[in-house]
Design a protein around this ligand. Sequence first.
Ligand SMILES: Cc1ncc(COP(=O)(O)O)c(C=O)c1O
Length: 384
Amino acid sequence: MRVYLDNAATTPLSDEVINTMVPFMKSHYGNPSSIHADGRTVRAAIEQARKSVAQHLNASIGEIFFTSGGTESNNMALKCSVRDLGVTRIISTRIEHHCVLHTLECLEKTIGVEVVYLDVDKKGKINNTQLDEILGSSKKKTLVSLMHANNEVGTMINMDVIANICQNHDAYFHSDTVQTVGHFNIDVSKTKIHFFSAGAHKFHGPKGVGFIYINSDSIIKPWIDGGSQERNMRGGTENVYGIIGLAKALEIAYDQMEERKNYIKTLKAYMAKRLVDEFEDIQFNGDYDGKALYTVLSVSFPASPKSDLLLFNLDISGISASGGSACTSGSDAGSHVLNALKVDPSRKSIRFSFSHYNTHEEIDFVIEKLHTMVVAKQKVQSEA
Ligand SMILES: Cc1ncc(COP(=O)(O)O)c(C=O)c1O
């Protein structure tokens, strides 16, 4: 048996998504920029995909640009707002994904952009008053970049509250929504946001494709020079089947959002309860009881020789989970997120992340395997 509990790293594709993509590999192979019928068929499908994505977000079709995924979309938002919108200061946190953090470092070093990092508390939450004060402390054109949900521990911001604070200070607002698009409803007619990002593979779509939402008031210049694809913003022949798969996966995610959410919540709560009931000194990282991703359970196990190599032992027992984010799990530098949350470094943190494909039986299997790896509570003898 193999149990996949690393859905924050990537999610499996559904057959329905694959079946929607296949005709665009087999028969509809025209270049969408060609003006003949084969090209026009594919162009129409891309524009239909854009319309479908835009409708779910209550955006207009001109505000959706397809990209290669979350990393590119985040780079685009940050770099284009500096290059094209006069942003000279960016306010963010140290628990953003590396594709944001490394972009901020690059902008600081190469262009001299001022980067201000907000404090985060032990749960990964920011202080809105501090954001308000920092925004008010300078006349510099500012972009606030805060992830909607943290990919390692799941802590979420309230986008509406942040958007209002930004609006009061005439600041731009970007959110890395890679972990939340397709899992939470985002409505740009209600939330005043300038940029947000998505990667299809986080909501059961294909890898290597995503989109960026750019509010129509934020006029930026081409991001990739070349042909006139993506309304001149991103040259290069489109990832046609990726885009088709993304739109289908998002459509299904919206159709089934409540059902999936309710089911995954029960899985997460079931696993959390069994962990607490059966093992010594279990803690949960992030804002476990508060505003957090229902797909992520970041568990902190107490230090013990038994739990050394926990992730490795889980893997050889047939369980895929993660130490931090997928991008850092191959290095032993430790998680920048857990460090920022001041999680005791001697404890072992494992991120289990769920999808609607997981079952309670799979959780039972993980718990059973964990009994051979971490310190269990002493069983109280029953009288019967
Ligand atoms: C919060 C967050 N931002 C950005 C990314 C990068 O997205 P992509 O893999 O689509 O480039 C990820 C992926 O792990 C993520 O979790």
